[in-house]
Design a protein around this ligand. Structure first.
Ligand code: ZN
Ligand code: ZN
Ligand code: FE
Length: 756
């Protein structure tokens, strides 16, 4: 007989770990206890079969858990007489918080079983599913520390909660129609007044069926929904929401339905069905849905229902024999670029002009988290289902904060070798986003008890995030934007060696005061050197040209054709789309270096080409023009346009030969699909050529790719394939988006390295 004490680290709370341990101990006739601590879980076991216990715990742990380490100690017998689950203990160290988990199969079955006491109950959950991160106020993860605290369990729920044999044993958000949260309906438009007295869910379904637009309080915030097959509703929603052409996310009840509209590759199917249930960008297959959902886009963003409430929208038996909807639009409940709304009173105040009705509930959302958006290669937005899953760094760390960049902001906290990256915060140029940043920072640093000793920020003197950092009274370390991009990939893959970094994005502040964004660097954790970049071009009007690609289009022509620019403007028919006065004004602005900062941004090159091709002259949301260009790409075109690499102090990748050939193709009226594909292929070749050049001079064979331009599936796949053919080890962002959402991780990695 011996007593074993096990200290278990990893994702072991809120995932049914203690009940699992309890049942396993019972089965093996072991006595002792299990308890949550703020470090993880502690188990003591006594009996004959302790080794078997450890073995089984390692080989078949509960499905949602992830054990990262078991520390074993052999102790003298304590003479336990039973196995017990002890109440949690508070010790103040790093522990994992589980992300929110989508509804499990068992709960879904009960939800649709008429004899079950939770039949059609929209808040059904169990040990294996339900809200976690979004309702957790404090650690350890116990009901009184969640927004479920105000709901007192009824006798039957209480009995499930305390019964180790029950699948709701210690399920903290356990609830039923008698004791748990409930729905509330508010009808906003007189048009739908006749549904006012129906039960809330039925009313909402009827309003949706009748072409209405509704706000639905979900897991991490509000959605705005309408029937996606109803073109009029989609158009009205786009109009009321006023966010240009930004694609709407869609929800369908099952994969078969999604396959009617999109191609679903095996990896994409896995992502759709995963416990995280993200929005997956899928290639459009048929024009069955209104094109206004995602105009000029190659993809549709689909997700499956992830809460019981979502299931009921589709499957509530209002119509005896059919599904209520095939597809719903489920877009974030926010105003243009502001953060997602999570409080009832905010929704009522801010969304009233958009929606005809509200479906509310009385379980408070503590941490607001948007839906995550992924492709089979990378994240576009990392939030619900993934946050706050930490990134393990290759060294022990102190407590630091990286405040990220201003677009697609996230921040990252470190503690004990872990980096916790916040959910998607948004664009920092509005007050609401800045507030959201502070709100989540308060919540996360409180949850993990982190007090940063220093802050990492972007070099850009005008970034709100940096200015915020400067006000905190802590040491601030500034990192160049594209270096931080490279460092984020190094952090994800635990790289510490010297690498070749290729960063293609829109804009980032360079060490020389120009705007960088088509960068070839050599970097390690000590520092970096800029070895090459795309040729500079003036951005007429600075920021304004980011919203108006036609301006960069003119700039590109001016760079390429000099004196002959106006002839080419004529030949390409640009004056048919843009008023002549504006063209001549911008041509003057280009000549003025004070009004037209220089940029090597690859995103701007995509913008400019999209405009020259007549594909897109205005970006109504970030990267709209490059996405429209990607939408034209076809398989099977392998040729590319020529370009030069000119050796100066650093090497310059000169795109002018490319532009000359490209406009010739346009004049010859080559199909746009072939022009767009050849342009993409040229960018791939630029990366390959520049990498070869850098590898020859440095001997390095490890390449890191990052930056928003690599959110282009065609581009990233080609680049990776071509580099691997030439025997490079290639790394890119897999756990975070390659856009500026990864910057904060890069910053803390560099910061922590300097302090380790
Ligand atoms: Zn469940
Ligand atoms: Zn109950
Ligand atoms: Fe960037």
């Amino acid at each position: 007989m011996s007593r074993l004490r096990l200290n278990i680290k990893g994702r072991v709370q809120g995932v049914g770990f203690r009940p699992f341990v309890f049942n396993l101990a019972k089965r093996l006739n072991l006595n002792g206890y299990v308890k949550n601590t703020s470090k993880g879980v502690v188990i003591e076991i006594e009996g004959e079969r302790t080794e078997e216990f450890v073995e089984l715990l390692q080989t078949s742990p509960p499905p949602l858990s992830r054990i990262e380490g078991i520390q074993k100690e052999v102790l003298d017998d304590a003479g336990f007489s039973e196995f017990r689950i002890l109440s949690s203990e508070d010790e103040g160290s790093f522990t994992h918080v589980s992300p929110d988990v989508s509804i499990c199969e068992d709960c879904r079955r009960e939800l649709m079983t008429p004899s079950d006491r939770r039949y059609l109950y929209p808040f059904i959950n169990c040990t294996n599913c339900g809200p976690r991160y979004s309702i957790t106020l404090r650690l350890p993860y116990d009901r009184p520390n969640t927004t479920m605290a105000p709901f007192r369990m009824c006798p039957r729920c209480n009995e499930e909660y305390h019964n180790p044999e029950d699948r709701r044993f210690h399920a903290q958000p356990n609830a039923c129609p008698i004791c748990g949260p409930s729905l509330r309906l508010i009808v906003n438009s007189p048009e739908f007044d006749n549904f006012k007295n129906l039960p809330p869910l039925e009313a909402i379904i009827k309003i949706l069926k009748n072409g209405g637009i509704v706000a639905i309080k979900g897991l991490g915030g509000f959605h705005i929904a309408c029937n996606a097959e109803d073109r009029r509703a989609v158009v009205v929603l786009r109009h009321r929401k006023g966010r240009g052409n930004k694609p709407f996310a869609l929800m369908a009840p099952d994969i078969e339905t999604i396959e009617r509209y999109c191609y679903v590759e095996p990896e994409e199917r896995r992502l759709l069905l995963s416990e995280q249930k993200p929005i997956v960008l899928l290639r459009k297959r048929s024009p069955l849905l209104p094109h206004e959902i995602a105009p000029q886009n190659r993809y549709l963003g689909f997700m499956l229902p992830y809460t019981p409430l979502h299931y009921l929208l589709f499957c509530h038996p209002i119509d005896e024999d059919s599904r209520n909807f095939s597809v719903l639009v489920m877009t974030s409940g926010n105003l243009s670029e502001e953060p997602i709304i999570h409080k009832d009173e905010d929704a009522l105040k801010r969304l009233s002009h958009i929606v005809d009705a509200f479906l509310l509930h009385n379980r408070e959302i503590f941490m607001r988290v948007d839906d995550s958006v992924v492709t089979s290669e990378f994240f576009i937005r990392r939030a619900r289902g993934y946050v706050p899953e930490p990134v393990k760094l290759p060294m022990d760390t102190g407590e630091f904060l990286g405040v990220g960049a201003d677009l697609k902001n996230t921040f990252t906290l470190t503690k004990e070798g872990y980096a916790i990256v916040s959910q998607h915060i948004g664009d920092m140029d509005n007050y609401e986003t800045l507030q959201f940043f502070e709100e989540v920072l308060d919540n996360l640093s409180g949850l993990y008890r982190i007090t940063p000793e220093a802050i990492g920020a972007d070099l850009h003197p005008d970034y709100y995030s940096r200015r915020w950092a400067d006000r905190q009274g802590l040491p601030v370390f500034y990192f160049q934007h594209h270096y931080a991009h490279v460092a984020s990939v190094m952090a994800e893959h635990n790289l510490t060696e010297k690498v070749i970094g290729v960063v293609f994005d829109g804009t980032g502040y360079g060490t020389d005061g120009t705007i960088w964004g088509g960068e070839f660097i050599v970097a390690d954790l000590e520092g970096f050197q800029r070895k090459g970049h795309l040729r500079y071009m003036p951005l007429p009007g600075g920021e304004a040209s980011i919203k108006e690609p036609w301006r960069t289009g003119l700039s590109l022509l001016r760079e390429t054709f000099g004196e002959n620019t106006e002839a080419w403007i004529e030949r390409l028919g640009i004056a048919k789309r843009v008023p002549v006065e504006r063209i001549s004004k911008i041509l003057k602005v280009i000549e003025n270096p004070h009004l037209s900062p220089l940029s090597s941004g690859c995103g701007r090159l995509f913008d400019a080409v999209a405009s020259l091709m007549g594909v897109k002259d205005i970006n109504t949301f970030e990267a709209e023009a490059p996405m429209a260009l990607e939408a034209l790409v076809v398989e099977g075109v392998t040729s590319f346009y020529p370009f030069d690499i000119i050796e100066e102090e650093v090497f310059i990748v000169d795109y002018r030969p490319l532009i000359i050939s490209l406009v010739e193709d346009l004049i010859k009226e080559e199909p746009l699909s072939s022009v767009a594909t050849k342009f993409h292929n040229s960018v791939v070749e630029m990366v390959v050529e520049a990498t070869e050049r850098l590898s020859e001079s440095t001997g390095l064979k490890t390449v890191v790719l990052s930056g928003g331009v690599f959110q282009n599936l065609y581009l990233i796949r080609r680049v990776v394939q071509r580099l691997k053919q030439r025997n490079y080890r290639v790394f890119y962002n897999r756990m975070l988006p390659p856009n500026d959402a990864c910057i904060s991780l890069g910053q803390v990695y560099l910061l922590a390295w300097r302090h380790s």
